[in-house]
Design a protein. Structure first.
Length: 206
C-alpha cells in the first residue's frame, strides 16, 4: 500500500483551523495524516488540541536561538525525519526564512482572510470592513517568502451585507476558512494540484 500523505501544521494560537483539519482527517475526508504540530508557544490552546487528538507536537522557544534560520534548520530536520509532504500554516505568527520556504517551495500553503491581492498583511478583515467593500473572502495560497504574495490556489467569496457588523463578518470569514482550507489540503493529498509559476490548476472529478 502507498504511504499516507503526511502534513505538518504550523500554528501559534487557538487552533480553530487546526481542529477543523483534525475533524476532516478523523472523518476520512482529508485524505492525509496530520503527522505533526509545530508551535512556538508551549501554552497555546492549539497544543492541547493536538494532544487530545494524539498528534505529536514539536515545541520550541524562538528566544532560545540565535536566529530564525537556526531553529528552522532544526524544524526542517524533524520534517525530513517524519516524511512530511506538505506544510500547512494555520495561524503561525512567525516570519519564515528561506531555510523552510525554499525547501518546501510548492509544498507550503497558507490561508488569508481576504481576496488577495487585496488587503494583505495583518487585520485583513478590518481592512476590508473599513474600506467599505461589498465582497471579501478567503484565499489559500502558496508561501513564497513575501507578505501574502504567493500564487493563489483557491478563493472563496464572502458577501458583506448591509446588516452585517464587523463581528458577523468575522464569523462569515471563519466559516469560509473552515470550508475551503481542508478541501485544498485534500486536493494536494490526492495529487490534484498542478503548479506552473503563478498559474495553479486543480483537477476535479478524479
Amino acid at each position: 500500500m502507498p504511504s499516507p500523505y503526511r502534513i505538518a501544521v504550523f500554528a501559534s494560537g487557538q487552533g480553530s483551523n487546526f481542529q477543523n483539519l483534525v475533524d476532516w482527517a478523523n472523518d476520512g475526508k482529508l485524505g492525509a495524516e496530520i503527522a505533526l504540530l509545530v508551535c512556538n508557544k508551549a501554552q497555546a490552546p492549539v497544543v492541547e488540541r493536538a494532544r487530545k487528538a494524539g498528534i505529536d507536537c514539536l515545541l520550541f522557544d524562538p528566544k532560545a536561538y540565535a536566529s530564525r534560520g537556526e531553529y528552522e534548520t532544526e524544524i526542517a530536520a524533524e520534517l525530513a525525519n517524519r516524511g512530511i509532504d506538505l506544510i500547512v500554516l494555520a495561524g503561525y505568527m512567525l516570519l519564515l526564512t528561506p531555510v523552510l520556504v525554499d525547501l518546501y517551495a510548492g509544498r507550503m500553503i497558507n490561508i488569508h482572510p481576504s481576496l488577495l491581492p487585496s488587503f494583505p498583511g495583518v487585520n485583513a478583515i478590518g481592512q476590508a470592513w473599513n474600506y467599505g467593500v461589498k465582497v471579501t473572502g478567503v484565499t489559500v495560497h502558496l508561501v513564497d517568502g513575501g507578505m501574502d504574495s504567493g500564487a493563489v490556489i483557491a478563493q472563496q467569496v464572502v458577501h458583506i451585507d448591509e446588516d452585517d457588523s464587523i463581528q458577523s463578518l468575522e464569523d462569515k470569514i471563519h466559516t469560509a476558512e473552515s470550508e475551503l482550507y481542508p478541501k485544498v489540503v485534500s486536493w494536494f493529498a490526492k495529487g490534484r494540484v498542478h503548479i506552473s509559476g503563478r498559474k495553479i490548476t486543480v483537477e476535479h472529478g478524479i
